[in-house]
Design a binder for this molecule. Structure first.
Ligand code: ZN
Length: 411
């Protein structure tokens, strides 16, 4: 039981690294264990891309091919026996060894969900029988942008399946039914696995999700200069690639003159299209926008929260003063405006302000956050996760603490 929750926690933690980047899909993690060894850890990365389970099975098959002589032989024989399947992609008139190598190299670089899925359906060859599969969410059972994961898992027949929480939408549910012939343990770390779904569920309910991003130093300060580390910056820029809107305050515009671009984003998020910017300001004149670095972008000025967008993925960037004023203006429960902050993503950098005139004691306004129904959902630290993914030389070794607060949906 301890190991079950240990493996599930790893899958949940991994999925959190991609939280909101998957919108409007949920963040999902999947892990495969064989002979007490983790052989695959994957997540859903972006809408339209393969689901976590499909990627984990791809990684596991590649692992078996590389490190298990018996399974490598079984797979090689299957590739050669079904040579015609690769007619369009792999040269046929080559020695068997080269042919098999080409097949596995092509599978290794394959990113199309449909193709990975087809390959696994055709060539699983019983190699997954001894595997335990950990998934944070019940496998989908419908053919959406990608084929149903439940059908694939039923075909590969792992030894056991552990699932964090059930699929909450009727459209994709039914996975457990499809998998009824395989032993399944449900609700492993149910509460933690459910929290992963929060942005997805908010989106299901109202077709938009609003996140406030904030960064602070150890002394609570957040003015003057860059605070977050390179990993946090890559994540933020990835998020700008999938966001529809960025909202900042007039004060941030005047004080920081930010670029709000996505130059640090990495594949698969990199996108030339940048989100529309809203500046919340009572006094800013549209003629003055040209003085700022965002002057050539698609920028709107909102005089109050009523004029802020209420569709798509909205990212607000600012400090605690802006957060508090925004929360108070949005109101609580019955008096609430259509625009509300659903979630808060915070970075804490282990540095102190070097400015002697820095505003100090800017602590997290716990009382205001509690009044508005926010509670801690997840924390982790970021060191070089994204820098490694980007293939960058690791230069920034300042670990950032990341915290996610989510709003009680009844508050
Ligand atoms: Zn799926």
């Amino acid at each position: 039981m301890f190991m079950d929750s240990h493996f599930m926690r790893l899958a949940i933690d991994y999925a959190w690294q991609f939280q909101t980047l998957t919108l409007p899909n949920p963040a999902v993690g999947a892990l495969i264990v064989a002979n007490n060894e983790i052989i695959a850890l994957q997540a859903h990365y972006k809408v339209g891309m393969p689901h976590a389970e499909v990627l984990a099975c791809q990684e596991a098959l590649l692992y078996f091919f590389a490190s298990d002589i018996r399974k490598r032989e079984i797979l090689s024989q299957a590739f050669v026996a079904q040579k015609e399947y690769f007619t369009c992609s792999i040269p046929q008139n080559v020695p068997a060894d080269s042919f098999v190598q080409s097949v596995i190299e092509s599978f290794q670089t394959e990113t199309c969900s449909e193709k990975i899925y087809d390959f696994l359906m055709r060539f699983h060859c019983g190699i997954f029988y001894e595997c335990d599969l950990f998934i944070t969410l019940e496998p989908c059972n419908h053919h959406g942008k990608t084929p149903p994961c439940a059908k694939l898992i039923a075909a590969i027949q792992p030894n056991r399946i552990f699932v964090g929480c059930s699929e909450p939408t009727s459209k994709a549910s039914g996975g457990f039914q499809t998998l009824r012939n395989i032993p399944i343990t449900q609700n492993v770390l149910f509460s933690e696995a459910s929290k992963l779904l929060y942005p997805f569920l908010v989106w299901q309910e109202k077709s938009h999700f609003t996140l406030f991003k904030i960064a602070q130093r150890l002394d609570g300060t957040y003015h003057n200069g860059v605070i977050s580390n390179m990993d946090s910056r890559i994540f933020t820029h990835n998020m700008r690639c999938v966001a529809d809107y960025i909202v900042i305050s007039g004060e941030t515009l005047r004080h920081d003159n930010p670029l709000l671009d996505n130059r640090f984003s990495i594949a698969p998020y990199t996108d030339s299209k940048l989100p529309t910017i809203f500046v919340l300001s009572k006094t800013l004149d549209s003629k003055d926008l040209q003085k700022f670095r965002i002057g050539n972008r698609n920028v709107h000025i909102a005089r109050n929260v009523q004029e802020l967008p209420t569709s798509g993925f909205i990212v607000i960037e600012g400090g605690f003063a802006f957060l508090i004023s925004l929360l108070e203006e949005c109101g609580v429960q019955e008096q609430r405006t259509p625009f509300i902050v659903d979630s808060i993503l915070g970075y804490i950098a282990p540095t102190l302000s070097t400015f002697s005139n820095a505003l100090c004691n800017e602590e997290i306004p716990i009382d205001v956050l509690q009044r508005h129904g926010f509670s801690l959902s997840h924390t982790y630290s970021l060191l070089d996760f994204w820098q490694k993914k980007a293939g960058r030389k690791i230069e920034d070794l300042q670990r950032n603490i990341v915290y996610w607060l989510i709003r009680d949906r009844d508050c």
